[in-house]
Design a protein around this ligand. Structure first.
Ligand code: BGC
Length: 410
């Protein structure tokens, strides 16, 4: 009997089986959890049990701090959710597995969007697995509330402000805002694009050029942000973006501006989109596509080998899974060869807008959501913008001066 039990244990520990794979991430909202479930199921189907390590805080700032601390302590998770230029920085540290075998089998050089390749590939080849492409300059509109207020969908910021004033007069929350630095800074990015256009945004907030930071367009964006702060009723401090989305779902708010993870939550709550809640490009940014991208890093450690990393990467790179995951997440796939026919109309539009924006050079990375500058500068800039939003004592000049000095130190 004991011999049989031992044989069973040994069989389950065969060379190819993977022990629990720890995944550090910040997917904690309703829609994100649903997408994560699909990911767990996909790995389980390949006999890979996942051990999720969620770190609260959309945007991933806290998760990145935890990842760094754990790397310093020599206790990295096996997989980590990651965005943008940090991928290359982690590769330089030299503690990530490459996933070139997966990339070759999947034909990534041929079927990933060029920007996906740029973000995930270094001189060492593919050092991260791309999974989602999110549009950030979306405006989500509660059509029932809009109709009740006898308003139409605003296309410009002056129209948007008028609609928000009407909502406020009728005791409706004009704009559902996540009261966190990265959420408010994201709002600011949409204002900067609206006022200066995509090129201006790129020079001011991606390249951090001094003459573009110290400019009329940035001052106007700040004044508009202050106007929003005055229009939006005091909310719970640190309110998450998904709590704000719930207010939109419950007909308590008229608009929400933000990434298409909001769509993931709407779909997870069985809201009909775009019938009840519609998606529109943020005012005055119709041709622009502000994006971020989620990727996975595979951290090299004695208990997570290259072979295991490749096994996990193969399962997650599967084309059908990539389609299913994005469909739930609200985002669009990172590869060019996925048919979006069964996706939500907002995702189909996002994809069309992305293709057009890329052709015209109007697809730009989000500074606020980790796609442009280094994480220290990013968090410092986000927190300056947030401080300005929260306190009417902070002046435009003060914020711009501080952003310039952060830019100097990068
Ligand atoms: C990530 C998304 C996530 C969002 C909110 C972003 O930084 O890219 O995957 O849904 O944060 O948590």
């Amino acid at each position: 009997m004991r011999k049989i039990a031992l044989a069973v244990i040994l069989a389950s520990l065969s060379a190819n089986s993977v022990a629990d794979v720890e995944f550090l991430h910040w997917w904690t909202s309703k829609g994100e959890k649903k997408a994560l479930d699909a990911l767990e199921q996909q790995l389980l189907a390949h006999d890979i049990p996942l051990l999720p390590s969620p770190i609260l805080g959309g945007g991933g700032d806290s998760a990145m701090t935890v990842l760094q601390a754990r790397a310093l302590a020599g206790n990295t998770p096996d997989i980590a959710q990651i965005e943008g230029p940090s991928i290359k920085a982690w590769d330089e540290v030299g503690i990530v597995h490459t996933i070139n075998q997966t990339a070759t089998e999947q034909g990534w050089d041929d079927n990933l969007y060029p920007l996906t390749i740029n973000i995930n590939k270094t001189d060492n080849g593919y050092v991260a697995l791309p999974i989602t492409l999110h549009r950030l300059n979306w405006m989500w509109v509660n059509h029932d509330v809009l109709e009740k207020l006898e308003l139409s969908v605003p296309k410009t910021w002056p129209e948007m402000f008028q609609a928000m004033e009407t909502a406020k007069q009728n005791n409706v929350v004009p704009l559902a805002v996540g009261e966190q630095a990265w959420q408010v800074a994201l709002l600011f990015e949409s204002l900067v694009i609206a006022n200066g256009g995509v090129d201006f945004y790129y020079k001011a907030l991606v390249e951090l050029q001094r003459d573009h930071i110290d400019s009329d367009q940035m001052r106007l964006a700040l004044r508009q942000l202050r106007k929003i702060a005055n229009l939006v009723p005091a909310q719970q401090p640190n309110q998450n973006w998904d709590t704000a989305t719930q207010a939109l779902i419950d007909d308590q708010a008229l608009f929400q501006l933000g990434g298409d993870w909001i769509l993931g939550d709407l779909l997870a709550s069985d809201v009909s989109v775009p019938q009840k809640i519609g998606c529109y490009p943020a005012p005055q940014s119709h041709n622009a596509f502000l994006y971020n991208m989620d990727s996975f890093l595979f951290m090299a450690a004695s208990d997570f080998t290259q072979q295991q990393a490749t096994q996990v990467a193969n399962a997650l790179a599967d084309k059908k899974f990539q389609a299913r995951f994005n469909q739930i997440k609200g985002s669009i796939p990172v590869r060019t060869d996925i048919d979006l026919q069964d996706f939500n109309p907002c995702q189909i539009q996002s994809h069309q807008d992305f293709v057009q924006a890329t052709e015209k050079g109007l697809a730009v990375p989000s500074m606020t959501d980790s796609m442009a500058v280094n994480p220290v500068a990013q968090q410092a800039i986000n927190s300056e913008i947030f401080r300005y939003y929260r306190s009417s004592e902070v002046t435009e000049d003060e914020v711009l001066k501080r952003i310039i000095s952060i830019a100097k130190s990068t």
